[in-house]
Design a binder for this molecule. Structure first.
Ligand SMILES: [Mn+2]
Length: 227
């Protein structure tokens, strides 16, 4: 049996939703699980979310993209100014899960964040955290676009013709946003919305929330909001 491919939107410390979702998927060594970035910050349990992904890494092929929040967390090691800036934009909640001490962050967690990549692609899809310039080849994209630039929902399809999967631009509706050549899977899990995962081969959407509720799988075209 050929493996499945999943992309999951911004987790932001929602460990319970992540665990419920992943348990329901039954991932195996054949499957690829693409984490679109922003695993850390804002939500209740950054430490737990990273632990869960480290565990998941043992049972499937896990690809972690670098989100702007992972970037800020790694930069927090570099200077006090960075550290305090990060605390104000969600880092405080992350640090709470480590009892507010950088020394409590396990080396394995830091190494995991450092292993994150800028993008991932297949024959048919491109996976990024935030956004990209549609006319620029993936290899030449600027880090600022890939990690920080918000979507307008009116971007053109990428020049490669591949479908772009991304997170970062929070969909307060709790539904993925879809338009020509694009899918955004950041559904704002940390603010009470469901966490969203898409199975690429079937376009089925899987969702769970931080209360532990698992939603039934639904076709992307049914559940998505559109531009
Ligand atoms: Mn982000």
């Amino acid at each position: 049996m050929a493996g499945r491919t999943f992309a999951i939107g911004d987790i932001h410390g929602c460990r319970i939703a992540l665990d419920v979702l992943c348990d329901s998927l039954g991932l195996t060594g054949q499957d690829t699980f693409v984490v679109l970035g922003d695993v850390v910050d804002r939500g209740p349990d950054t430490r737990g979310a990273i632990d869960s992904l480290l565990e998941l890494q043992k049972s499937c092929r896990l690809i972690l993209l670098l989100g702007n929040h992972e970037e800020m967390m790694l930069d927090a090691y570099v200077s006090k100014v960075n550290f305090h800036r990060w605390l104000m934009v969600g880092g405080r909640e992350a640090m709470d899960s480590y009892e507010m001490r950088m020394e409590n962050i396990p080396d394995s967690h830091r190494a995991f964040l450092k292993s994150a990549v800028d993008y991932y692609q297949t024959e048919t899809e491109i996976y990024i955290h935030a956004n990209l310039e549609p006319e620029v080849p993936l290899e030449k994209q600027k880090p600022r676009w890939l990690r920080w630039e918000h979507l307008t929902g009116m971007e053109y399809p990428h020049e490669s013709g591949k479908r772009v999967l991304c997170g970062h631009t929070q969909q307060k509706s709790g539904r993925p946003l879809v338009w020509d050549g694009w899918v955004c899977l950041d559904t704002g899990a940390y603010r009470g919305n469901p966490l969203t995962c898409l199975e690429i081969e079937t376009d089925l959407v899987y969702q769970a929330d931080e209360n532990g509720k698992l939603y039934s799988a639904r076709p992307l075209q049914e559940i998505a909001s559109r531009r």
